[in-house]
Write a protein that binds this ligand. Sequence first.
Ligand SMILES: Nc1ncnc2c1ncn2[C@@H]1O[C@H](COP(=O)(O)OP(=O)(O)OP(=O)(O)O)[C@@H](O)[C@H]1O
Ligand SMILES: [Mg+2]
Length: 394
Amino acid sequence: MAAAIGIDLGTTHCAMAAVRSGDRPEVLWNREGDLLTPSVVVFQGPGRILVGKTAKHATKDLPGDCVESVKRHLDDPGWSFADSHGGTHSAVEITALILRRLAEDATETLGHRVADAVIAVPAYFDDAGRDATGRAAELAGLNVLRLVDEPAAAGIAFSTSGSGSLLVYDLGGGTFDVTVMNVEGADPRVMATSGDRDLGGLDFDERLMRHVAAEVRKQTGPDLFDGGRRQAELREKCEQARHALSRAFQTRVFFGGGDRSHTVEVSRERFERMTKGLLERTAVGTEEVLGEAGLAWAQIDRILLVGGSTRMPMVRRMIERRFGSMPDTSVNPDEAVALGAALLAAQGANRRRGPAAVTPPSAVRSAGREKPRTGTEAHRRRPRAVRRRDGELH
Ligand SMILES: Nc1ncnc2c1ncn2[C@@H]1O[C@H](COP(=O)(O)OP(=O)(O)OP(=O)(O)O)[C@@H](O)[C@H]1O
Ligand SMILES: [Mg+2]
C-alpha cells in the first residue's frame, strides 16, 4: 500500500502518482476521473471556492474571480490576487488550495489518507520558490518528504529503461526547461540546466488567439480581447484548436451566439509559421545547455520529451532534425514528472519505515540543495533565459 505520493505541480495542470504495489508508479485518478487536474482556482465568494476542472469550466463566466497559472507567481512574495468579493489571496494560499485538492483526491483513489508527498518544482526555482512550495504544502496539510527538480523527476521516471546521457526537453503549459543529465541506474546527475520561465503552451495559445481575433475583426466581428468572457472563450477555443492541430492538418475555431457567427480556419502550417519564433527559442536554449554541458548532439544517448506541449509535431521534427533520431516517448509527456516524484516518494516512505530517520521537515525543503543558486534574485526580476550549471540533482 502506498504511503506517499509524488506531485507534479504544473503551471496549467497537476498530476499525482504513487507506487501502489510492486515497484512501478502509476498516475492517480482525480475525483472527475481524469489523470490531470487543471491548476485553476475560482473564488465565488467567502468559503465558496472551485478548484480544478469545475474551476476551469467556470473561467468564462467568472473571469475576474479566476486564477490560472499561479505557479508563475509562486516565487514572488509581493504577488496576490484580489477577487471581486473583497478577498485577497497570496500565491502560497492559492497553491495550497490546489495541493489540498490533490491530496483529497489521492486519498479517495488510494483508499487511505495521504499525508506525505514529494513535490516537483521547476529547476529554475530559487529558494523563495522552493520555500513557498513548502509553505503551500504545509497549509494543505501535507508533509513534504522532499522537493525534486522537475527534469530530475522526469529523468528518474525514464531511467528505469536505460542509462547514459539524457537530454530532458520539457515544454509544459507555462515554462520551458531543458536539462542534460547522466543516468547510472536510478541515479541521474544533472550536468547543465537552462530554461525560460515565460515560455510554454500558453504562449503558443496567445499567438493563435491574436491571429484568430484579427481574423474575426476582419469579418467585422467583435473585439475578442475584451478582458472578460469573450477572451476566456477565445483562450479555451484556441487551446482546443492547438491540440487538434497536433493530430490534424486543419481545424476551425467557431464563435456562435448573438445574431452572427464567425469561423476561422487554421492550418497546421499557418500555426507553425506564427509560432516559429517560440520554437526557435527552445532550440537556442537546448543548444546552449548542450554547450554548457560540453557535449555535442551526437554524445546524447537519449532525448526525453516531457510536458504536454511536446505533443506539437513541430517539436518532434525540430528535435529529430538536430538530433538525427527519434526522441524517447516511452513515458507519457505530461505524466513523467509525477511518476518520477512518486518513485522518490515511495523510497522516502520506505526509508522512514526502516531504522533510518527521515530528513527532518525543516531541512526537507532544501533537500539536495546544499549549494545556494547564484543570480536567482536577478532572474526573478528579469525572468527570461534562466540558466544554471552545477552538479546538483534535486
Ligand atoms: N495534444 C496536445 N497538443 C498540443 N499541446 C498540448 C496537447 N496536450 C496538452 N498540451 C499542452 O500542454 C500544456 C500542459 O502541459 P503540462 O501539463 O505538461 O504543463 P504544466 O506542467 O502545467 O506546466 P509547466 O511544466 O510549464 O509548469 C498545455 O499548454 C496544453 O495545452
Ligand atoms: Mg510540468
